[in-house]
Design a protein around this ligand. Sequence first.
Ligand SMILES: [Cu+2]
Length: 115
Amino acid sequence: MLTASAVALIAAPAAMAHSGLRSTSPKAGSVVKALPASVVITFNDRLLRVTRVQVLDRKGVDHAVSARLDPRNAARVVVRTRKPVPGAYRVLWKVQAEDGHSEAGTFGFRARGAR
Ligand SMILES: [Cu+2]
């Protein structure tokens, strides 16, 4: 019988085999004029669904209005935003890959002004 920790060790490599992040817009670590009306997260492979995305400013206010898969490209998550303020943003994302595994990550960028 496997212990819980043994299961976790076996599961870990498989969890790294799914779709993976390809690119983000704005790019991670970049400085942009303003928070764009849409933040886009692109993966290497199609996703089943978007679990949750937050676009947090420095005060922890979430600027995401909605997050959904691009109907023409299920590897792209489009996040609509609102109320842009200047400053640093952190995007927290969680999705379900086509193989059923959950993936999560985070990236940041900075906006110089309001749009
Ligand atoms: Cu996977």
